[in-house]
Write a protein that binds this ligand. Structure first.
Ligand code: ADP
Length: 452
């Protein structure tokens, strides 16, 4: 992590190396949202706090103002939130000239208390609950996405039709094809690394134009910050090179979808407490209980792993996108996979999340489920082998409406996150569902126009 402090920023401003500070918070969709400060203004006052309209945490992908949110509405006049920079997140954004960024916590305008439904606060609360048990969560999210030959503007002008992936064939682990994409992928890796995002590698994925970016695991909050900054860099750099990147989980009926698998382990005093060298497969009792909670409650938090109508289109048997709440040993058809058995790197990978997750919410909900497993001493069922698509094991909700209902009914998440937070995100899912129900899709027209 390149250390950047207010002092080093002052020096960089004085030398002319930096002129712009992106002051950002994380919105409900997991996007960087905020303002571009002149560095002089940031150094004189902006570093203490700035403000934003509170509709920004009660909106959708298109920035509308849907009704039904208790936290804010037209009736309450849409007031302000405080954006409080977390100066430990100050870092360069080397792919943008003269620019650095900082992430903010979102606070109530009058009381300065954290806004409970702001994504960083949702995660902070679960990290604190885990700290009370003596553990800290280490996590990694794998970013899958597609690159397209054309630019965002050309694609939008063409109404998102005839999309051309950047490559012509399945490029899983292909060095030949990924060489041709280095104009985009190399600056993504190197600029992110210089921004303190510990990139491990990138690789071609199992579809035309599909990429994966792996970032070294970190404490849960840093992991989510890395994920968010990486997504921004990928879109910025693809745009700058005249291409487009999408994190839509399923952009074409016949193409494989994109995931964001989440690896997790719990640590205490610098050691992975999921590892017990004397236990079967090296899995400690803590790991077993955490996994039992994670698996038993997967339906409760599916909406945080699959937050849009489109997210559920990815869950197709035979495509490595899992739908069953079972675990397996190094088997990619299960919702949960044991990785690094019998090693200090032992961890569980949740394979359900799509590339469109808000990582803060997805990680927070998984930690809450794991805590429930530990607190209740839940027992882990034996692993399931073979093709889990065909196994008789419970499933996650298969559409957004069911997932939102399951969240609404989750006593576990209500106790862990608070009723107001749960209801806020139930409403968020309902807004997505309601908007989709008003849409008339290309599919319906082509299918029924002449033949219905
Ligand atoms: P695979 O290719 O089998 O999915 P990788 O070796 O690429 O696995 O690791 C996937 C991710 O898991 C990486 O981002 C890595 O940093 C992360 N990881 C490694 N060890 C741990 C751990 N103990 N806890 C959480 N994540 C970890």
């Amino acid at each position: 992590m390149p250390a950047m402090t207010l002092d080093t920023l002052r020096d960089a401003a004085a030398s002319g190396a930096v002129d712009t500070v992106l002051v950002c918070f994380i919105d409900m969709q997991g996007r960087l949202t905020g303002k571009r400060f002149h560095v002089g203004n940031f150094l004189s006052s902006g570093y203490e706090e700035t403000h934003c309209c509170n509709y920004l945490l009660a909106t959708d992908l298109e920035m509308t103002t849907p009704d039904g949110y208790k936290a804010t509405s037209w009736r309450h006049g849409y007031g302000d939130y405080v954006m409080k920079p977390d100066l430990t997140t100050l870092r360069p954004m080397p792919w943008l000239d003269g620019t650095v960024m900082v992430l903010c916590d979102v606070l109530d305008h009058t009381t300065h208390a954290p806004v409970a439904h702001s994504p960083r606060a949702v995660l902070q609360r679960q990290i604190a609950r885990l700290a009370d048990l003596g553990f800290s969560p280490m996590m990694a999210t794998e970013l899958e996405f597609f690159l397209f030959a054309d630019s965002y503007d050309d694609i939008r002008r063409n109404k998102f039709r005839d999309l051309q992936p950047i490559s012509g064939y399945n490029e899983d682990y292909s060095i030949q094809q990924t060489t041709r994409e280095e104009a985009v992928m190399r600056p993504i890796r190197n600029h992110l690394f210089a921004a303190g995002v510990p990139i491990e590698n990138s690789k071609g994925e199992a579809e035309t134009g599909q990429e994966e970016l792996n970032i070294r695991y970190a404490d849960a909050m840093s992991c989510c910050d890395h994920h968010t900054i990486a997504k921004q860099a990928i879109k910025d750099i693809a745009w700058a090179k005249g291409h487009a990147a999408t994190f839509l989980p399923k952009w074409h009926r016949d193409k494989v979808g994109s995931a964001a698998h989440v690896h997790q382990s719990l640590w205490e005093d610098g050691a992975n407490v999921f590892h017990d060298p004397d236990a079967d497969m090296g899995m400690s009792d803590t790991m077993r209980a955490y996994m039992a909670g994670l698996i038993a409650h997967a339906p409760d938090y599916t909406v945080f792993l699959a937050p849009y109508v489109n997210s559920y289109k990815r869950f197709v048997a035979g495509t490595f996108a899992p739908t069953k709440t079972a675990w397996s040993v190094d088997n990619r058809t299960a919702g949960f996979r044991l990785v690094g058995a019998n090693t200090k790197g032992i961890r569980v990978e949740c394979r359900i999340p799509g590339s469109d997750i808000n990582p803060y919410l997805a990680c927070a909900a998984q930690i809450a489920a794991g805590i429930a497993g530990i607190e209740q001493g839940m027992k882990l069922d034996p692993p399931v082998g073979g093709d889990i698509y065909a196994a008789e094991v419970p499933e996650i909700p298969r559409n957004l409406r069911d997932a939102a209902e399951t969240l609404r009914d989750s006593a576990m998440l209500r106790a862990a996150m608070g009723d107001d937070v749960v209801e806020h995100y139930v409403r968020c899912a309902e807004v997505e569902q309601e908007d989709f129900e008003r849409a008339v899709t290309d599919y319906e027209i082509a299918r029924g126009f002449e033949r219905a």
